[in-house]
Write a protein that binds this ligand. Structure first.
Ligand code: BEZ
Ligand code: FE
Length: 312
């Protein structure tokens, strides 16, 4: 059975009442958005002939998603974070602010307030016996001039793909650091090569991905926030080359310019340079920032982030 009711005065009036358009008060922007969203949902129900069974299973799915706090996990899985990036890239292009190291999605696992240091930080707490990683690079402007005293915030997963704070078995701020670049614009971190993240297998996000025939895996990756007054704030990540999911990230964060080689270094002299007495794996990621004098470009956009309100 396929009936068409969207064009009727009854449905039009219902949508207006739903969004409070027939009332004074409330928030005009919210009213406009809710009116459009509900119109489009009704339209989908009509166009796809959604059955009551399908409708109610979607409602209870949303309940499940919220119960486990997984909405911000499903969003990147459905390409929404990537779509916002596509829009911000297009806005930058239009404003003449394109270039520099590309942005990519933040993800939901940042925690504010990581320990800050100058030039170098040890990121892991030494409890996991992973491959030692030296992560280093230089932050420059678009002419290649080094930018000393740039704040480079770095965070990544452990050997099980888990993040400290969200995984209470890890120590506080494990694998999270804020490093100020040295006089040459360089930051260096000693850590462990991370494993890729996977959505909780029994969670609501994975349940929907299963229905789509998709996996919920991310490659081994490392997150960055990079900020320096006078430059656009950069939110980005690197994905390590050679991971099964480097080019098959369920969260769509991979960009060719952000794929980095992880290079095994066996040379004892090179190890000594970093105070190590064993072979290690080096990951080099240089970062180029784009100048902007607009304060709104110099800050990351607002969203709910763990501990951020406590710190500000
Ligand atoms: C992550 O960065 O690990 C992540 C990003 C999107 C969804 C889930 C995890
Ligand atoms: Fe991540």
């Amino acid at each position: 059975m396929s009936v068409k009711t969207m064009h009727t005065p009854e449905v039009k009036e219902l949508l207006e009442k739903v969004a409070g358009l027939n009332q004074a008060g409330g928030n005009e922007r919210v009213k406009t958005i809710v009116h459009r969203v509900m119109h489009d949902v009704f339209q989908i129900i009509e166009d796809l002939d959604i059955t009551p069974e399908e409708f109610w299973s979607a409602v209870y799915y949303i309940n499940e998603l919220g119960k486990n706090g997984e909405a911000a996990l499903l969003a990147p899985g459905l390409g929404m974070d990537k779509y916002l990036d596509i829009r911000m890239d297009a806005e930058d292009e239009q404003a003449g602010l394109a270039g520099g190291t590309p942005r990519t999605i933040e993800g939901p696992l940042y925690v504010a307030g990581a320990p800050e240091s100058e030039g170098f930080a040890r990121m892991d707490d030494g409890t996991q016996d992973g491959e030692t990683m030296i992560l280093t690079g230089v932050v420059t402007d678009q002419d290649g001039q080094p930018l000393p005293n740039t704040l480079v915030e770095v965070w990544h997963a452990d050997l099980k793909g888990g993040y400290s704070y969200f995984d209470p078995s890890q120590s506080e701020y494990n694998l999270r650091r804020s490093i100020r670049t040295d006089a040459n614009g360089r930051y260096t971190a000693q850590s462990i090569i991370p494993s890729g993240y996977g959505c909780p297998p029994e969670g609501a996000t994975q349940a929907l991905l299963n229905q789509l025939g998709r996996h919920g895996r991310r490659p081994a990756h490392i997150h960055y926030f990079v900020s320096q007054p006078g430059y656009k704030h950069l939110t980005t990540q690197i994905n390590l080359a050679g991971d099964e999911y480097t080019y098959d990230d369920f969260a769509f964060a991979t960009r060719e310019e952000l794929v980095c080689d992880a290079v095994r270094v066996d040379d004892a002299a090179a190890a000594e340079q970093y105070g190590l007495n064993q072979p290690f794996t080096k990951v080099e990621f240089n970062i180029q920032l784009v100048a902007s004098d607009k304060p709104e470009h110099q800050q990351r956009h607002e969203r709910k982030r763990a501990l951020e309100d406590d710190i500000a």
